[in-house]
Design a protein around this ligand. Structure first.
Ligand SMILES: Nc1ncnc2c1ncn2[C@@H]1O[C@H](COP(=O)(O)OP(=O)(O)OP(=O)(O)O)[C@@H](O)[C@H]1O
Ligand SMILES: [Mg+2]
Ligand SMILES: [Zn+2]
Length: 273
């Protein structure tokens, strides 16, 4: 109140004519001078700091600061929203798996695997080890748990993740031979450097030199860049029958083993389909 009445006095005293100040700007004297507020036109008292002299009264200055802060917040929110939309696009989660989350699971199915996967997702960083979801049989919930991890990283932690069927990655790379728009290198780049790569059904493709060398390149890059993968597979790392190395090659399997450091969840169980 006191402040307002003082300002009114200033205006009364000067009769609103403060044009003499404009000429004085540029010479900082440190004296108190009367200035016309640039926004509301009311006079107020300011210290003469030359061209740095306040141009806005206290109320208008506060209002402008609030407006600037609001605009900055909205811009940040918009940028964050755009980034999130871009992450969702990049992740490429198929419709069937978009709504799958840890909270939608039956807690009695594969409870131990659920616990490990949940802890893995919540504690995820680019430095996390890789994770293998393995069962020799079908329909035990591997893909389901994989997408629970992917969806939590994507929607809650907003981490860049790419989710693909291993076979689709292979097919896409192979198709680049007939597709002039996309090169093999470009397809590989998309899956090589993302924070988390989820590869579903690793080892379904019958082995060939080409499959081995493509897996080798992919796993070698993840290994060199120390970036984790989460995979599902029906093939074990070792055993009497066919092993993962038979399908994806020794080099790729050994890098994958190095990345996951024994972090393999055995999800053997009954077929839930
Ligand atoms: N914890 C769970 N709670 C409820 N339903 C589940 C759970 N885990 C898996 N299911 C259901 O079981 C079925 C099989 O799961 P999923 O496809 O994940 O198995 P999979 O191990 O990936 O099989 P495959 O080896 O054939 O790829 C799906 O219909 C899935 O919805
Ligand atoms: Mg599956
Ligand atoms: Zn003002």
């Amino acid at each position: 109140m006191e402040d307002r009445s003082r300002r009114r006095n200033v205006r009364d005293r000067r009769g609103g004519d403060l044009s003499h100040i404009q000429g004085g700007l540029g010479k900082a004297t440190g004296e108190k001078i009367d200035v016309t507020c640039f926004d509301c036109g009311n006079p107020f008292e300011a210290t003469n700091l030359g061209i740095a002299t306040a141009r806005l009264c206290f109320d208008c200055g506060t209002k402008r600061e609030e407006q600037t802060a609001l605009l900055e917040r909205l811009a940040r929110e918009k940028a964050e929203e755009q980034r999130y939309r871009e992450l969702v696009r990049l992740a490429n989660v198929p419709p069937r798996w978009r709504a799958v989350t840890f909270d939608t699971l039956d807690p009695n199915i594969q409870p131990v695997a659920q616990k490990v996967a949940r802890a893995y997702a919540h504690g995820f960083s680019k430095e996390s080890p890789s994770l293998v979801l393995y069962s020799p049989g079908n329909g035990t919930g591997k893909t389901t748990l994989g997408y629970c991890i992917v969806n939590l990283l994507l929607h809650e932690l907003r981490v860049p993740v790419v989710a693909r069927k291993a076979r689709d990655v292979m097919l896409e790379i192979r198709n680049t031979f007939s597709d002039r728009e996309q090169t093999e290198a470009a397809v590989l780049d998309k899956v090589s450097y993302v924070d988390l790569l989820f590869l579903d059904d690793v080892g379904v493709d019958p082995p060939s030199r080409w499959i081995h060398s493509t897996y080798w390149t992919l796993m070698d890059r993840r290994f060199d860049w120390e970036l984790p993968v989460v995979i599902t597979t029906n093939k074990p790392f070792e055993g009497r029958g066919e092993v993962l190395a038979d399908r994806i090659g020794e080099g790729a399997a050994s890098r994958l083993l190095g990345l996951c450091g024994g972090n393999v969840i055995d999800m053997s169980g009954e077929d839930l389909r």
